[in-house]
Design a protein around this ligand. Structure first.
Ligand SMILES: [Fe+2]
Ligand SMILES: [Fe+2]
Length: 229
């Protein structure tokens, strides 16, 4: 059993939003994803780090989730800034059940045990480009910090592997509140997505304090899930 992560699948199988307009790396990206996932077995777990589907409504995301369900392994999904279909945990779980989707779980104020002593934690996170320095922004940050801490607490004594959509370190920017939680909870790894095209050059891949940071945006890893553990 191995743990993988990939972000930004940006699927639109229920509508028809061509992704190759975003650059040559996105040409045939659904086929590339199928090939990338062929390295996994049904014993493996892959965390999808946000921006999973372009659908606006949950019902419109059904085709995308059926595609994800057919990929090998268990998939754990968290929210990205483009996941407009995202709703309450209860509604999303009911939707998956209604559509017969059995290999997808939702990471939302919770954690999943992995193996003997690891845990999968995470939330959307927060990114500097959402910050306008207003009271509203502060509320957004505080809410994400609370969600991340709820997830870390749910992991108990297990070693914590964190998955976010927004990178907490990027170029000259960092999110001190999130990095402080990593320090406090001894987070081993943080995998995140969101960055595309030219922004990928500014991704931080490496250790910050005792946490290993990895950028797993789909187009940055040629749509092959990145092995984490
Ligand atoms: Fe994205
Ligand atoms: Fe994003």
């Amino acid at each position: 059993m191995s743990l993988y992560a990939i972000g930004d699948l940006h699927l639109s199988l229920g509508t028809d939003k061509p992704m190759d307009v975003f650059g040559p790396r996105w040409k045939n990206h659904v086929q590339k994803l199928e090939e990338g996932f062929s390295a996994l077995t049904d014993e493996d777990v892959c965390v999808l780090c946000g921006d999973t589907s372009w659908a606006q409504q949950l019902e419109d995301a059904a085709e995308d989730f059926r595609f994800i369900d057919r990929l090998p392994g268990r998939k754990i999904v968290l929210k990205g800034n483009h996941d407009y279909w995202w709703t309450s945990g209860a509604k999303m779980r009911a939707f998956l059940e209604k559509n017969g989707i059995t290999t997808v779980s939702i990471l939302h104020n919770n954690a999943f045990p992995y193996g003997e002593n690891a845990a999968i934690c995470g939330t959307k996170g927060w990114f500097y480009d959402e910050c306008r320095g207003t009271e509203h922004d502060k509320k957004l940050i505080d809410r994400e910090i609370m969600r991340l801490e709820a997830s870390l607490k749910a992991a108990g004594e297990r070693e914590k592997y964190v998955f976010l959509h927004y990178p907490p370190k990027y170029g000259g920017y960092s999110c001190p509140e999130i990095l402080a939680l990593f320090r406090q909870y001894g987070v081993k790894v943080c995998a995140s997505g969101h960055l595309h095209a030219d922004s990928l050059r500014l991704a931080f891949n490496g250790f910050w304090e005792n946490t290993r940071h990895i950028c797993v945006s789909g187009d940055g890893i040629n749509f092959r899930p990145c092995k984490i553990l």
